[in-house]
Design a protein around this ligand. Structure first.
Ligand code: NAD
Length: 479
């Protein structure tokens, strides 16, 4: 039976293996396609047992002093920091993230937990007096506070299996909830390890439980489970929409796909735009929701910018995660096929590749495509890989129109030295966040992170996540 503390993970002869007996799901490493571990495949009965244990844990967790919950979270963050090197090794193996970025992901997660533990102490309510409303008296007083929701289902994607788990779990726990973590299959070993570290830090094993297994068996079962009280999901729009259609009357916090545009105007600082666009588009091989996924550049400077971007891209390191390469193998061969097809389709339709088209297995060398037009798939779809389409525009208005024509609305960037114009354009962009003279990216993590349209529902960010994972409760005194 999955019972928290026993849900350990050990390094054995076959790699990482969940200690639980029974069915297992293999985890494949993206670099050589080898099995790097096996995680327990929960059955539906085991899911029910786990959620039952969480409901028991909820009763004492929600009553624990806030300062004590905060202390346990600080201890968890300390554990992550102390195990930073080991966790980073896992990220390199499981998802082929380079060493530096893997270390950063762990550190950022620890920092997030510390910040959340502090911020959670400051969630205050308010007192309302009845006489502010016509016909009422001061004898009615509402004490408005925030209370937990119950069992929160946290589902992170493969690309940040530690950070996007922690940014759900920490605010949920600080808000008094208990958590089912359903990690992605590639990222499951990392997910089990951060859960193990939570237990080692003193967080009870009936307050957070990681449930691994086959999506077919437990995916839909979990998202429509009657004892799940809230779902916090990050992943593709397709899966997010599926979850929204299956969930039964529970609050949803969904962070989904994106097609972030960088609009570059004639007076932009070209070097600054180039550097931001290249790192924004290609770090972790473009497998980031907020990656720059298209450049919309005005004709006057398009040749200059395209050349500068392509030259910089040619200097990017490509290869193994251990070598700190910027571009590493994509998460799977299927993902690489998807990106590769999109590139070739665009070239067949007239796009011009400014960098060599080169692929070795699921490692795709970074590609800059110039002269991309509206009729090409790469202009609209999210490749989640190292390809950057450049679309030439007449003016800023066309840039805004093209940016807004996307089904997505995560972020947008505007490069210009005229900050007043940038501000006015930012008001027109139908996205959650606009970056002026900077790449699209998430963070700092206390900023709100919001997606519009097919990019999501609700706001994340330390304080925003705490609010989303608690609800208002009014207790009225009738004096
Ligand atoms: P995905 O949608 O394939 O999977 C995400 C998670 O959902 C995984 O843990 C997966 O196992 C789980 N899942 C799949 N089907 C499920 C079901 N029926 N029930 C329950 N869980 C289910 O996404 P991915 O390939 O892991 O991640 C890439 C996508 O995530 C991209 O579209 C990217 O833009 C998006 N993303 C968005 C953000 C954001 O903050 N907006 C951040 C990172 C990634």
């Amino acid at each position: 039976m999955p019972n928290g503390a026993d849900d350990c993970v050990q390094l054995g002869p076959q790699g990482w293996t969940s200690c639980q007996s029974g069915e297992h799901v293999a985890v494949y490493g993206p670099v050589h396609g080898q099995i790097i571990g096996k995680v327990h495949a929960f059955s539906r009965e085991e899911v029910d047992q786990a959620i039952g244990r969480l409901q028991e844990g909820f009763q004492s967790w929600k009553r624990m002093l806030l300062t004590e919950r905060a202390q346990l979270l600080h201890q968890w963050a300390d554990k992550l920091e102390a195990n930073r090197a080991e966790l980073a090794e896992l990220l390199m193996l499981e998802i082929a993230k380079n060493h530096r970025d893997s270390l950063d992901e762990v550190q950022r997660s620890a920092d997030f937990i510390h910040y959340t533990a502090e911020e959670g102490l400051r969630l205050a309510g308010e007192t309302l007096f009845g006489d502010a409303f016509p016909g009422q008296t001061r004898q009615k007083v509402s004490i408005v506070g925030r209370v937990p929701l119950g069992v929160v289902l946290a589902i992170p994607p493969f690309n940040y299996p530690i950070n996007l788990a922690v940014t759900k779990i920490a605010p949920a726990l600080m808000g008094g909830n208990v958590v089912v973590l359903k990690p992605p299959t590639q990222g499951a070993i990392a997910g089990l390890n951060i859960t193990r570290l939570a237990y080692e830090a003193g967080i009870p094993d009936n307050v957070i439980i990681a449930i691994t297994g086959s999506g077919r068996v437990i995916g839909d079962y979990l998202i429509s489970h009657p004892r799940v009280n809230m779902i916090n999901f990050t992943g593709s729009t397709q899966t997010g929409q599926h979850i929204a259609s299956k969930a039964i009357m529970v609050p949803l916090l969904l962070e989904l796909g994106g097609k972030d545009a960088a609009i570059v105007l004639a007076d932009a600082n070209i070097e600054r735009a180039r550097d931001n666009i290249v790192s924004g588009a290609f770090s972790y091989s473009g497998q980031r929701c907020t990656a720059v996924k298209r450049v919309l550049v005005v004709e006057e400077i398009a040749d200059q910018l395209a050349t500068a971007v392509a030259q910089k891209v040619m200097t990017l390191s490509v290869g193994a995660p251990e070598a700190d390469s910027v571009v590493t193998p994509l998460i799977s061969n299927e993902a690489a096929d998807f990106v590769w097809d999109m590139i070739h389709e665009a070239v067949a339709q007239g796009a011009v590749a400014l960098t060599p088209l080169r692929r070795e297995g699921n490692l795709i060398y970074p590609v800059v495509l110039d002269f991309v037009t509206r009729d090409m798939r790469v202009a609209w779809e999210e490749p989640f890989g190292p390809v950057l389409p450049i679309i030439r525009i007449h003016d800023a208005e066309e840039g805004v129109e093209l940016a807004n024509a996307s089904e997505y609305g995560l972020q947008g960037a505007i490069f210009t030295q005229d900050v007043s114009q940038a501000f006015l354009l930012a008001e027109e962009l139908d996205v959650g966040t606009v970056q002026i003279n900077g790449k699209t990216s998430r963070g700092p993590d206390h900023f709100p992170f919001v997606g519009t349209k097919a990019s999501g529902m609700g706001a994340q960010g330390v304080r925003y996540s705490l609010l989303a994972m608690t609800r208002l409760k009014s207790t009225v005194l009738n004096l």
